[in-house]
Design a protein around this ligand. Structure first.
Ligand code: PMP
Length: 381
């Protein structure tokens, strides 16, 4: 059976051009970049070149790019590191629709006495900017608002949020793990990226930190990455990440156009073939590779398993631990009911998906939903 992978917000396949080069890079740049001999310096040069390139893409300085293992590590470093560096400020403003790798470090800080304000979110998934303005005060350490949501794709107005924070002289962090290279990113204090979301391998990411902002590292050790992330650098990962970004930059218009067309076909076929189902946040700006559908009469887990049996791989936003799914905190924050949140399925596309795959997926969805409606006892509700 042919597999159709529509779970690209979870992770993306690595570009073939990168996979092919990995054995060569592993041999060429095996040395420790902190060693002063020739091979060490060769590895160091690759890191420097990669950092220079990424800094040029983000239009920032090289020392503002700090390589980490992933967005989770970046997000933790930014949030906990800022708290340690600016102890006189003890309030955080955060959207309730952040990824757990932002919400959980913030929750950790509440146990240390920090006060957390959650921003209001409307039914379309947009945060309330006036609420943000009202919450900012002299005690605010940080404002954190995700750029493109990983479950619904909703894109926040980070440009405006950044402007407000700059005016009030408050640090602003935007998790850009899903939006990097797909949406333009304004000149924020902090942003985070995970390589495996943009066709680089897992185990590499980075964050951008505006220089002159103090940050206490999570890891203390050899002082690599300007003292902000000790540990021998992942040279291979850094090289692969820079190359993946280069591939995206060189083909950006074509890649984005392809994603936009896939999503357009998907949504128009849902509307035509499955008019009873709800496309989440259809009337606001969303990322070109993510769409969430709330299915009225079936729970997400059942549908995901049924699609999987047809070779179609998708995800839901629900966290599933000990066999019982809990509804997505993102959709609950939008105002959806638990039942609705438990019946949402995320379809996320990559540049490797085709129009035929999308059409096939809709046919299968329709068949599955018809079948399930004939056997209501299969429903989990
Ligand atoms: N932020 C967002 C928006 C994400 O989508 C993800 C991955 N799902 C992360 C952070 C965490 O990325 P990683 O698992 O690579 O650390």
């Amino acid at each position: 059976m042919k597999k159709i992978y529509l779970d690209n917000a979870a992770t993306t396949p690595v570009f073939d051009e990168i996979l092919e080069k990995i054995p060569e890079w592993s041999r060429e740049y095996f040395a420790n970049p902190n060693s002063i001999h020739s091979d060490g310096q060769k590895a160091r040069r690759i890191i420097d070149e990669s950092r220079r390139y990424i800094a040029s893409v983000l239009n920032c300085e090289e020392e503002e790019i700090i390589f980490t293992s992933c967005a989770t590590e970046s997000n933790n470093t930014i949030i906990k590191g800022l708290a340690e560096s600016y102890p006189e400020k003890n309030e955080i403003i955060v959207s309730p629709i952040e990824h757990k790798s932002v919400l959980n470090p913030v929750k950790y800080l509440t146990r240390k006495g920090y006060k957390v304000h959650f921003l209001k979110v409307d039914k379309n998934g947009l945060i309330d900017i006036d609420h943000l303005k009202n919450l900012i005060n002299k005690k605010t350490l940080l404002v954190s608002v995700i750029h493109g949501n990983n479950e619904t794709g909703v894109v926040q107005d980070v440009k405006e949020i950044n402007r407000i924070c700059k005016e009030k002289e408050i640090f602003f962090f935007s998790d850009t793990a899903q939006s990097f290279l797909k949406e333009d990113i304004s000149d924020v204090d902090f942003l985070s990226v995970s390589g495996h979301k943009i066709n680089a391998p897992k185990g590499i990411g980075f964050f951008k930190k505006r220089k002159n902002i103090k940050l206490t590292p999570l890891l203390h050790g050899g002082g690599q990455e300007f003292g902000l992330r000790s540990g021998t650098e992942n040279v291979l990962g850094i090289k692969a990440l820079a190359e993946a970004i280069k591939m995206w930059k060189e083909n950006r218009n074509r890649f984005l156009q392809h994603l936009i067309e896939l999503k357009k076909t998907f949504i128009s076929l849902i509307e035509k073939e499955l008019p009873g189902e709800e496309v989440v946040s259809q009337h606001v700006k969303t990322l070109p590779h993510i769409v969430s559908i709330i299915f009225r009469n079936v729970d997400a887990q059942t549908l995901i398993m049924a699609l999987n049996a047809q070779g179609i791989e998708v995800s839901s936003g629900s966290a599933c631990s000990s066999g019982t799914p809990s509804p997505s905190h993102v959709l609950l924050a939008y105002g959806f009911s638990e039942k609705e949140a438990l019946s949402s399925v995320r379809f996320s596309f990559s540049i490797f998906n085709t129009q035929e795959e999308i059409e096939f997926t809709i046919i299968q969805l329709k068949n599955i939903l018809n079948r399930l409606s004939n056997f209501p006892n299969l429903f989990s509700f």
